[in-house]
Ligand binder design. Sequence first.
Ligand code: T5A
Length: 214
Amino acid sequence: MKGYFISFEGGEGCGKSTQIKKLKEYINQLNNHENFLFVREPGGTKLAEELRKLILNDSEDQPLPMTELLLFCACRVEIVHKRILPALSQGKVVIADRFYDSTIAYQGSAREIMPVKDLLSLTKKIIGDIKPNLTFYLKISPQEAFKRKNKMSQPLDRIESEGLTFHQKVEKGYDFISNLEKDRFYILDATKSPDEIFKEIIKVLKEKIPQFLN
Ligand code: T5A
């Protein structure tokens, strides 16, 4: 694969979206900004954005845990084949707001739908060997993150509304996968200020993909 694949991960309120927004602004100033593709999961294609609404909306008919897992997987198949792989094969840098580590943390560790090793083999079956070259994990305790989310005016989605125990298990899931696949993980202290975190992200990118940052 000619391109470079970066993902951002973390629990609710970790500040992922804030950093991705800053990165978009930074990249838009570059001469070769067309060589970058930003995507999000769940979502990123017309069908996957429709599925996103079904997954996250707090409807009366809640999906069963296995249905939830399969819907996230369906979104991933769509985005990988329709957007991520084509961009990587054109030599682009793909920046994803969440990827399969989210499934390990939320559906594996927190929902306990199946063991991590089975989730990893399911992932391999549906999307093949593709994995990020680099994953930024914004680490913050669920207690701290909840304080941030509570200050926000927008309503919480179905998964955000889960209790503290659920989000503590999510954190454990991230700790597990970031230890298992440590070569690609870069852990950021998400309690620092947005500017400090962003500076660190740019420093890492300048080391990893200097050829793209002009
Ligand atoms: N999901 C997803 C699964 O269960 N399985 C899967 O396989 C996948 C792919 C949607 C949900 O789906 C689940 C996980 C999620 O529950 P999402 O759309 O990415 O995923 O939703 P969120 O993770 O909730 O993303 P958000 O954009 O809503 O929140 P962020 O990115 O965590 O946080 P952000 O940047 O919006 O910041 C939150 C607040 O904190 C402040 C911000 O201003 C904002 O008010 N903030 C900071 N405050 C102090 N210091 C900092 N450094 C700060 N950074 C941000």
